[in-house]
Design a protein around this ligand. Structure first.
Ligand SMILES: [Zn+2]
Length: 312
């Protein structure tokens, strides 16, 4: 059964995305100037965060008031409406990559640090992680789509950041999300995990791959598992999804029933794959397994392993 509460980091974004307001230029202009509106700046795709007040505490997003905006924008600055919070305040993301070193020089010097989201994911409030994932994926998309894929002309930001418009040929470009299936292959009391060539020693994870055009989730799972480890799968059960801002994927977590057991690995994609018992996974989740580490809790693979290992 699909779960009712999504356990994944970067999911559960608390903002109302207010998509009905994106075409309302008057509303947008007013909200950008509204003293209650808040802006998170991203530099080189790293958001401004405030360090924890005490050791081991959580970071806060370095929200700025709208009055700071004038000092931070330059021509063609990307600003994206993230949404409206529960107190009716608009929240925006702003790309300030035109600054050389904003943590130490310029109007934001001394405010906080610009941090790679993946490195601080475990130190963020759940809701903040989701907001930052949205902000990073959106700004990343703008940075990669400055020119029209149809005619090559420079495109312009539109619809509060949710479209780029080509002034030459009229083509409209929209942010994309790439679906990725990530599968925990199970058979009886064992599950199969693989390790990539660059994984830390003993680290094993669920098998993942992009969904191809014209392919269903179930077909993508079966194809990826067959390609990577030579196993045939039957039933595929959906577990949960995770927005993954590298740059903009949607990880679709599935549990797949294996119909065969013999592993034949594709050495171009993975270095090793093995069957593990439920007890081994339980020990690994507690950091007590000798031959196995599993990914940390912010990875959907961890949640898949946990859901299956703790199944009664
Ligand atoms: Zn064009």
């Amino acid at each position: 059964m699909p779960i009712r509460v999504n356990p994944n980091t970067f999911a559960n974004n608390p903002l109302d995305r207010a998509s009905d307001k994106r075409l309302d230029d008057g509303w947008l202009a007013a909200r950008m100037q509204d003293a209650d509106s808040m802006i998170v700046p991203l530099w080189q795709l790293k958001p401004l965060v405030l360090p924890p007040e005490r050791e081991g505490g959580l970071c806060d997003i370095g929200w700025l008031r709208s009055g700071m905006m004038a000092a931070l924008v330059s021509p063609n600055t990307v600003i994206v409406l993230l949404g409206i919070d529960s107190k009716d305040r608009a929240r925006f993301a702003l790309d300030i990559s035109h600054f050389a070193d904003p943590a130490n020089d310029g109007p934001l010097a001394g405010f906080g640090d610009f941090a790679e989201i993946r490195e601080i994911a475990g130190s963020l409030h759940e809701e903040d992680a989701a907001i930052l994932a949205q902000a990073k994926s959106m700004i990343d998309w703008h940075r990669r789509h400055t020119f029209c894929a149809n005619c090559g002309a420079r495109t312009e930001l539109a619809e509060a950041g949710y479209k780029r418009q080509c002034p030459e040929c009229g083509a409209e470009h929209f942010p994309r999300t790439d679906p990725v299936v990530i599968s925990l292959v199970v058979k009886d009391d064992r599950c199969l995990l693989g390790r990539g060539p660059h994984f830390p020693e003993k680290m094993f994870s669920a098998l993942a791959g992009f969904v191809e055009p014209g392919e269903s989730i179930e077909e993508a799972v079966a194809r990826e598992v067959k390609e990577e480890v030579g196993i045939d799968v039957g039933d595929v059960e959906y577990h949960s999804t995770q927005p993954w801002p590298y740059p903009s994927s949607l990880m679709i977590g599935c549990i797949a029933e294996a119909e065969t057991e013999e592993i034949t690995i594709d050495e171009t994609e993975i270095a090793d794959a093995q069957w593990f018992t439920r007890d081994e996974l339980k020990a690994a989740l507690n950091g007590n397994a000798e031959r196995l580490w599993v990914p940390p809790p912010f990875a959907i693979a961890h949640q898949l392993v946990k859901a299956w290992a703790e199944e009664t």
